[in-house]
Design a protein around this ligand. Structure first.
Ligand code: ADE
Ligand code: ZN
Length: 318
């Protein structure tokens, strides 16, 4: 599965940080974050809320543009090793300088340099700037301004992640309107923890993609709407299993979504937190549903069409 060329649309930059990388940055700065690792050095968390806290504790050691440049370099090398030729990374200006535009520009410049070199080496990437739902929607406005002011190059989209049960997606409409006016692609985490209505709330923001969206399977009309409108789901099966949303691989809704005509793609979300890799996801799906190269090629074609990159890059990826 490693050799198959893959497109990954849903990968959180901090969530992809290898624990050893986070430990070494923490050690350089004399920061003690031992509580987030188990005895073998892996991230340890109990449930989704705790996962978000561990994620934020890991991210707290990344305090400079250089830290983020080094992280991006490691993460893109990992993606390439998994056979990915294109990755979209969720990057939050809230973690990169507190969503202050001047600070964000410094972080972005450092990451753009790494991304440009990686693209020459065969792995293209774009950033989807990410609002955090369990933080104040006013802070999301600052994230959207960072996105709008730096759009056009590596910054290609706006998204929202975090705790789906906090607040209303409609509270983030200003941020999504601002990003749309700047020509950015839009996606939102929905239908991971929330039901079909949460996906409808995301559609009302004008997104063309949904992060996860697996609970669309509970609503036949919604699946028809998603199929008709070519809304693409960024499905992360291993994440759903690790977080206890789905009991096992054969029970994962992804196959039922495909059967309903919904465009689905396969991603890893936060791979070291969920003990997965992109090749592992493909292999487990192949085992569970008998999918072979033809099925995965189709999903990667859907991913290329849904990617937030420019048309020249899209043509190259097809
Ligand atoms: N942030 C990182 N991973 C996430 C997930 N699976 N759901 C919501 N927010 C996240
Ligand atoms: Zn996610």
């Amino acid at each position: 599965m490693k050799s198959l060329k893959k497109i990954e649309l849903h990968l959180h930059l901090e969530g992809a940080a290898p624990p050893a990388f986070i430990r070494s940055v923490a050690a350089e700065k004399g920061q003690n974050i031992d509580g987030i690792f188990d005895e073998r050095g892996a991230y340890v968390w109990r449930d989704f809320r705790h996962f978000l806290r561990v994620y934020e504790a890991a991210a707290s050691v990344l305090t400079t543009p250089r830290d983020y440049a080094r992280l991006l370099s490691e993460v893109l090398a990992q993606c390439a090793d998994q056979g990915a030729i294109y990755a979209e990374l969720f990057v939050s200006p809230e973690f990169c300088g507190g969503a202050d535009l001047a600070a964000w520009r410094d972080y972005l410049a450092a990451m753009e340099e790494v991304a440009a070199q990686a693209e020459c080496d065969g792995i293209a990437s774009r950033a989807v700037l990410t609002c955090i739902r369990h933080l104040d929607p006013q802070r999301a406005r600052k994230t959207a301004i960072c996105a709008a002011e730096t759009s056009g190059g590596w910054v290609a989209g706006l998204g929202i992640a975090g705790a789906e049960d906090v607040g209303e997606l409609a509270d983030f409409a200003w941020a999504f309107d601002c990003a749309r006016e700047a020509g950015l692609g839009l996606t939102a985490h929905a239908g991971e923890w929330g039901g079909p209505d949460s996906i409808r709330d995301a559609l009302a923001l004008g997104v063309t993609r949904i992060g996860h969206g697996i609970r669309a399977v509970e609503d036949a009309q919604l699946m028809r709407d998603l199929a008709e409108q070519h809304i693409t789901l960024e499905v992360c099966p291993g994440s759903n299993l690790a977080l206890g949303l789905v009991p096992d691989w054969p029970a994962h809704p992804i196959a039922r979504l495909v059967d309903a005509g919904v465009c689905v793609t396969v991603s890893t979300d936060d791979p070291p937190f969920f003990h997965t890799t992109l090749s592992h996801e493909y292999q487990r799906l192949a085992d569970a549903f008998g999918w072979a190269e033809a099925e995965f090629r189709q999903m990667n074609l859907w991913a290329v069409e849904a990617a937030f990159c420019d048309q020249t890059t899209r043509t190259r990826l097809r």
